[in-house]
Ligand binder design. Structure first.
Ligand code: B12
Length: 211
């Protein structure tokens, strides 16, 4: 791995926001591929943090400072990942489901979709079925994108799909789901239209859903 990517990786692990931002900026100036900065430097660090947490070496405060460093670095990368949007490819209402505060993945997904010319309504985290339904109704969205990072909040995706059905909106909107604990099988079981394991494959999925 390029040493600057290692420094970004390390900056996030240590929750060192100033260093992370500085190194991301330096990597950009050196002309490194923004996707490499994101995936090898930043997303890889979050995966490592998950492992450290699972092993009992890291606790919630460490995860939190790391996620702040990650978000600050992502803000620097955003202009490079989100290039143009001359014609909206479709309208997406996005959010992490109720009870779940993990929002890094959904922000990333939104950034990539924005770069692919989708119009994004990002509701952030802890979004209940009612808020999803109302936003879809108000905006006439083409796609609902739901994220869940906890096994305990995954069932709230199904509750949201049920709420869309009850509101008579299910036939007019596609539903895609994602998040680390999700699988294609689970997505099909809850009646979603699609699942993608990462942000770049989300773009291909979203395009296929509106085609
Ligand atoms: C950072 C983090 C936190 C931060 C979140 C900060 C924030 N603003 O997001 C904080 C500290 C708040 C946190 C809290 C908790 N966390 Co936490 N956290 C993480 C960690 C380390 C990284 C998550 C992350 O951001 N990954 C990076 C992003 C880019 O990846 P991603 O979200 O998976 O998204 C990608 C794909 O999944 C996909 N995708 C995501 N969303 C969508 C949506 C669509 C539509 C599509 C198509 C694709 C897609 O594309 C994304 C980009 O490639 C994970 C470990 C891990 N490996 O996931 C644990 C982890 C998710 N947390 C965990 C736990 C247990 C908790 C707590 C319960 C801890 C506690 N005891 O309090 C709380 C729960 C709080 C709550 N109610 O939500 C567990 C979950 C275990 C489980 N099986 O349910 C994990 C897996 C850690 C572990 N290994 O044990 N956490």
């Amino acid at each position: 791995m390029e040493s600057i990517l290692e420094e970004i990786f390390q900056g996030i692990i240590e929750g060192d926001e100033p260093t992370t931002v500085k190194k991301v900026q330096a990597a950009i100036e050196e002309g490194l591929d923004p996707n490499a900065i994101l995936n090898q430097g930043m997303v890889a660090a979050m995966e490592e943090i998950g492992k450290l947490f699972e092993a009992g070496d890291f606790f919630v405060p460490e995860m939190l400072v790391a996620s702040r460093a990650m978000q600050a670095g992502m803000a620097k990368l955003k202009p490079l990942l989100v290039e143009s949007d001359f014609k909206a490819a479709g309208k997406v209402v996005a959010g992490t489901v109720q009870g779940d505060l993990h929002d890094i993945g959904i922000h990333l997904v939104c950034m990539m979709l924005e770069g692919a010319a989708f119009e994004i309504i990002n509701l952030g985290s802890d979004v209940g079925p009612k808020e999803f339904v109302e936003t879809v109704r108000e905006t006439g969205a083409d796609i609902v994108a739901m994220s869940a990072l906890l096994t305990t909040t995954m069932p709230n995706m199904k509750l949201t799909i049920d709420a869309l059905t009850e509101a008579g909106l299910r036939d007019s909107v596609k539903v895609m789901v994602g998040g680390a604990p999700l699988t294609d099988k689970y997505a099909r079981e809850i009646g979603a239209d699609g699942y993608a394991p990462d942000a770049s494959r989300t773009v291909a999925l979203a395009k296929s859903l509106v085609a």
